[in-house]
Design a protein around this ligand. Structure first.
Ligand code: IPE
Ligand code: IPE
Ligand code: MG
Length: 241
């Protein structure tokens, strides 16, 4: 079975899940964090190389202050609680996004989880925190432009690989599979460059109802998709045989 090397998940639908139960949105976020833990373990056991979870977008800062604060605290608690398990499961943790915009307690939690897991050799788990793909691309453009301005880089040397090496996901491979829960069919500023050729899977399941069984089914469906990368079927068959 051809397995995706890099999976990205837009974990969406916590608020609606809670609303359906007559509970505050925060209740959905708590359940959502539990699901994230289960899916991280499942992905590691299934031999996925890199799992990137969209936990908080640059646009999510626009939510009511109380919800933002709740999410920041929940993320901090999640990391503190999960660090030992990540080490046990040999999972290396890192983040992409604007780390400096996060509250100090969360920056500290992030840094301590990164340090504790830095020698883990198994799956690479990436949290996208205060992440927005357009901002990431603009930052990469600025880095490249600065190198040109300083005479370190010639314009003719700029190609797709060089550009990608300035993105925060480097050196992770491009996304093979992007999953979004809750029925929305949009990318919401998540890994735009890195998903140029990824397979997209949209499920109606709300994130708090997502489970290992559905995750495994999506991965199995992926193995039957024909990724032609612009070529025709016959060329694709030659490439994969
Ligand atoms: C995803 O669930 C979690 C975050 C964006 C942090 P939502 O909070 O977006 O839930 P819905 O989309 O309102 O149901
Ligand atoms: C995307 O979900 C961000 C995360 C899952 C962290 P949103 O719920 O914020 O996306 P929109 O606003 O519906 O596009
Ligand atoms: Mg949402």
């Amino acid at each position: 079975m051809i397995k995706p090397k890099h999976i990205g998940i837009i974990m969406d639908g916590n608020g609606r899940w809670a609303k359906l139960r007559g509970r505050p949105r925060t209740f959905g976020h708590i359940k959502g964090a539990r699901i994230a833990k289960k899916i991280v373990t499942a992905a590691a056991e299934l031999g996925i190389q890199t799992l990137t979870l969209y936990a908080f977008s640059t646009e999510n800062w626009l939510r009511p202050e109380q919800e933002v604060a709740f999410l920041m605290n929940l993320l901090g608690r999640y990391l503190k609680k999960e660090t030992t398990n990540l080490v046990k499961e040999n999972i290396r943790f890192s983040v992409i996004g604007e780390l400096d915009r996060l509250p100090n307690h969360l920056i500290r939690a992030v840094q301590s989880t990164i340090t504790a897991t830095q020698n883990c050799q198994g799956m690479h788990l990436v949290f996208a925190l205060s992440y927005g793909s357009r901002r990431e691309i603009v930052e990469a453009v600025k880095d490249v432009a600065t190198r040109v301005k300083n005479g370190e880089l010639d314009v003719s040397a700029i190609d797709e690989n060089l550009f990608a090496s300035h993105l925060s996901t480097y050196p992770a491979p491009d996304l093979d599979l992007m999953i979004r829960t809750s029925g929305e069919q949009r990318l919401s500023n998540f890994l735009l460059w890195q998903s140029a050729y990824s397979e997209l899977h949209f499920t109606k399941t709300l994130w708090p109802d997502f489970d290992r069984k559905e995750f495994e089914q999506i991965i199995s469906d992926f193995s039957f998709r024909e990724r032609r990368f612009g070529r025709v079927t016959e060329q694709h068959e030659q490439l994969t045989n």
